[in-house]
Each structure stands twice: as C-alpha cells, then as structure tokens.
Design a protein around this ligand. Sequence first.
Ligand code: ZN
Length: 175
Amino acid sequence: MAFEDLLEDPVIQKYLHELVGPKGMPVAAAPPDGEVTDEELAEELGLELNDVRRALFILYENDLATYRRLRDEDSGWLTYLWTFEYDKIPEQLEEEMHRLLEGLEDRRQYERNNEFYLCEHCGIRFEFGEAMEFGFQCPECGNQVEAMENTRLVTAMEDRIDELRDELNVDSVEA
Ligand SMILES: [Zn+2]
C-alpha cells in the first residue's frame, strides 16, 4: 500500500495520533519518501525541533522509523538521517487488534464468572469473595454494599468483541 493510501485510512490516522499525540501528528502524517533530518522536518513543517524529535523517537520505538548517524568530519557534529517505515503499519495494527480482542475476551470471562457488589457511596466495586470477607460492608465508609448487575457491561464487551472478530475475520465461536 502506498503511503498516501495508508494515511487516508481513518483507523491508521487514529493509530498514529494515539502514538505521537496532536503535536507529533504533523510529523507522523507527512512521511517524506527518502531520508530526512529532524531540522529539515522542523523547518518544513514549522514545528519546534523538540516536538519533531519527540515524534520521531516515538515512531522509532514503535518500529515505524529508523535512523542512521552521520558525523561531520570537521565539526564532529552528529546528524541523524531518518527514514519512515510505514509499510509495517497494517501488520502492527492487526497485532494490536488481536491483543485487544484477547484482553476483551479475558475480561468478559472475568465479568461473567464473578458476582460484584458496589458501595454506592464510594463507587468502589468488590468481588463476591471480598464483599463477604467484609461482611458486605464497605471497608472505606462502612455502608452496606449492594449486589451489582454487570449485564450491560458484558453486552457492550460482546458487541465490541463481535466487531473486532469481524474486522479480523476471526471465526465467531460463542464462548
Ligand atoms: Zn464505601
């Protein structure tokens, strides 16, 4: 996929935005074709050098950019030449969605397998075992804790799980 097509994808835009934040977005959203220095990017995009460097480093940490260093023979100054490597984005996004899906499935299992009690005063939720241990009284304020429905939470999780399975083409096996 070409850079331009990638960057028009709202999912990918959101992914980049979450990585680099609003200040880094001009850097992440305008990857040049070849090598570029941080100074060149800052000047081209009218950004603070620090913001450019921060964005580049985040991209580097996420395997979306690499650099090589050049030392100036005379001054000894180091120049960093950056290359954007966005061809890995679709693959990384898919991995991330798989992780999210697994996390959600674990969480749904936990929600289904447990009963919960709520202290409405403190907004703290307890598992059944904990609530029993405390004699169904909130250890913070002493109020009675009440049994709490989590059906809506589980349903919302299931909807999201279905969406993710659809997007990832994972077979929908009802757990
Ligand atoms: Zn309480």
